[in-house]
Ligand binder design. Structure first.
Ligand SMILES: Nc1ncnc2c1ncn2[C@@H]1O[C@H](COP(=O)(O)OP(=O)(O)OP(=O)(O)O)[C@@H](O)[C@H]1O
Length: 247
């Protein structure tokens, strides 16, 4: 289906404060989208609406034609603060979203968790608590916990904003590999233009008035090191457009 997710004339109001006004947005299946825009414009609110964590004041949010009215296992959400419980070990945090699924046996869950732990590079860390992990390792746990339900739509709020440069690149690489392998539709919010150009096949620029400009990104997935010049030219271009939006 060409339009996998659709927002139609979506307005969202907190008390009397209208944050998003008549937003229209289409996401295609298995594509990745970077959502950028100035602080306070409503990026996180838009993500929460897509996750079913907020309900539009007006308009509709649809996934494959069905209205999103509550969170579901088909929509994964990685929060900015990760939301890891301090008392849950890595393996328990990752298995938590599928533990209550009666269709899965204990053995099946164990195998799935073990495979995912390996894929996200956490082998050997299974029995560690969040306090014993680095920022990048916590990010890997949060990613694995989100992926365990095999969501068709993956939403991420500033997935690497708290990480140092080296770790950021490793996590960006991991996200890119996992999304590619699973053919997941990805929408992530970022303030980092390099990240938007690296991971977003399309860049969505959210304006104050609710317009969303969609920029097709010809440098999506390029090797930053090999295509250094064109990569940074593309970043400058997006930055200029963002500056226009911010004026
Ligand atoms: N629970 C809430 N109640 C009332 N107003 C809220 C609530 N959450 C967010 N807002 C307001 O909604 C507006 C949009 O917030 P949102 O977090 O969606 O913006 P954002 O674009 O993600 O910002 P940033 O880039 O700074 O994270 C802000 O003005 C914020 O103060």
């Amino acid at each position: 289906m060409d339009s996998f997710v659709k927002m139609e004339q979506v307005t969202f109001t907190y008390d009397n404060n209208t944050i998003l006004n008549k937003i229209n947005l289409t996401l295609k299946k298995s594509k990745s989208y970077a959502l950028i825009g100035k602080s306070g414009v409503g990026k996180s609110t838009l993500l929460h609406l897509l996750a079913g964590l907020l309900i539009p004041t007006e308009g509709e949010v649809l996934i494959e034609g069905n209205r999103i009215q509550h969170p579901s296992k088909d929509i994964g959400f990685m929060f900015q603060d990760l939301g890891l419980f301090p008392w849950l070990k890595v393996c328990d945090a990752i298995s938590m979203p599928i533990k209550l699924d009666k269709r899965k046996s204990k053995q099946e869950i164990k195998e799935k968790v073990t495979a995912l732990i390996r894929e996200v590079g956490l082998s050997g860390m299974e029995h560690k608590y969040p306090a014993e992990l680095s920022g990048g390792q916590k990010q890997r746990v949060a990613l694995a916990r989100t992926l365990i339900t095999e969501p068709e739509l993956l939403l991420m709020d500033e997935p690497t904003s708290t990480l140092d440069e080296m770790t950021k690149e490793q996590i960006q690489q991991l996200i890119s590999e996992q999304v590619e392998k699973r053919q997941t539709t990805l929408l992530f919010v970022t303030h980092n233009i390099e990240e938007a150009v690296l991971l977003g096949e399309y860049i969505l620029l959210l304006r104050d008035n609710g317009d969303i400009e969609t920029i097709a990104n010809p440098l999506f997935g390029v090797d930053r090191a090999k295509e250094n010049l064109s990569f940074y030219k593309a970043c400058i271009d997006v930055r200029k457009r963002l500056a226009v939006v911010q004026e």
